[in-house]
Design a protein around this ligand. Structure first.
Ligand code: A3P
Length: 317
């Protein structure tokens, strides 16, 4: 007899063979599925997550397109909601990268289903890159909270491109920026099209502002303390007057800042269980870095495309 996972594998092998795909490197593809682009490395596990994951009312689900500030938000959310459990001096982030403490459901749920299902933390803090329309049903129907983080699409693209290069250093083939750029414009870069991903959560956040908090990387960079306070209120863990007076908001902002996390020994020399260096999640952490990599005509083309796609929605970058 075949196990549930084996049955799923056979079915998915067949499905995969019918899907349009874009090649990044040999063995690494972006598949077109349900109107978005799924990395070949998570295809099976993402479908398992879509079909089997049961969200709880108390869950906090962080959603992003890769390279939009996921690592930052994992650290912020975990630190805010667990602040009475761990002081900053004994924070688990001193010894673990944010991706070890907050699982990425698209990949990790299939592998660690029982530990995630049996996790009694309230809230569980979990993350995914799946678009709103493709989320598991329970995530949308229950009262869990969703935090969505997005970023200027030009900077997101450049961050993605560097991340891919860092992950695939052993490949002799080069992944040119022109190719990544074309894929972004075609909407076939991982979890794209960018505009559909952001619009899906943008519209849902307008309809259900108590359930979905829509954030932009650039706004957090501009005023992190304001956003830490807002996040805490949204998550149901508001700061007391006393905490505000003691400067707890500022301490958390500083603790989760790019420079502080990047310079922790665990993030300078540690590795994730999958083998990635933790350091690849901390590159420059700046707004506007795309200007150093895209020509002005490339920037204008992608900006115009995104502007057209978002027009009338009230969302701009
Ligand atoms: P850059 O490549 O532009 O530096 P993700 O966490 O979604 O993978 O996104 C990674 C991007 O967020 C990288 O951008 C990374 O440097 C930046 N980043 C990581 N931690 C951050 C933090 N604490 N504050 C701000 N940016 C951070």
């Amino acid at each position: 007899f075949l196990s549930g996972v084996e049955v799923l594998s056979n079915e998915i092998e067949e499905l995969v063979s019918t899907l349009p795909r874009e090649k990044l490197w040999d063995g690494l593809y972006s598949y077109q599925y349900q109107g978005f682009s799924v990395p070949s490395t998570v295809f099976h596990s993402m479908i398992f997550f879509q079909r089997h994951f049961q969200a709880r009312d108390t869950d906090v689900i962080l959603v992003s397109i890769p390279k939009s500030g996921t690592t930052w938000l994992k650290a912020l959310i975990f630190t805010i909601v667990n602040r009475s459990r761990y002081s900053l001096a004994e924070s688990p982030f001193l010894t673990s990268n944010p991706h070890e403490l907050v699982p990425f459901l698209d990949k990790d749920y299939m592998k660690n289903q029982s530990s995630i299902d049996q996790d009694l933390s309230s809230p569980r803090i979990l993350a995914t890159h799946v678009p709103y329309a493709s989320l598991p049903h329970s995530t949308v129907s229950c009262n869990c909270r969703i935090v969505y983080i997005c970023r200027n699409p030009l900077d997101q693209l450049i961050s993605f491109w560097h991340f891919m290069l860092a992950l695939n250093q052993e490949k002799t083939e080069f992944f040119p920026i022109e190719k990544a750029f074309e894929m972004a414009c075609q909407g076939v870069l991982f979890y794209g099209p960018f505009w559909e991903h952001t619009l899906g959560y943008w519209k849902a956040s307008l309809e259900e502002s108590n359930k979905i908090l829509f954030l932009k990387y650039e706004d957090l960079k501009e005023d992190i303390n304001f956003h830490v306070k807002k996040l805490a209120e949204f998550l149901g863990f508001p700061f007391s007057v006393e905490e505000e007076r003691q400067g707890v908001i500022e301490e958390i902002s500083k603790f989760c800042s790019f420079d502080n996390l990047k310079n922790m020994e665990v993030n300078k020399s540690g590795k994730l269980p999958v083998g990635h260096q933790n350091s690849i999640y901390f590159r420059t952490g700046k707004v506007g870095d795309s200007i150093n990599y895209l020509t002005s005509s490339m920037s204008e083309r992608l900006e115009k495309l995104v502007e057209d796609k978002l027009s009338g929605s009230g969302l701009t970058f």
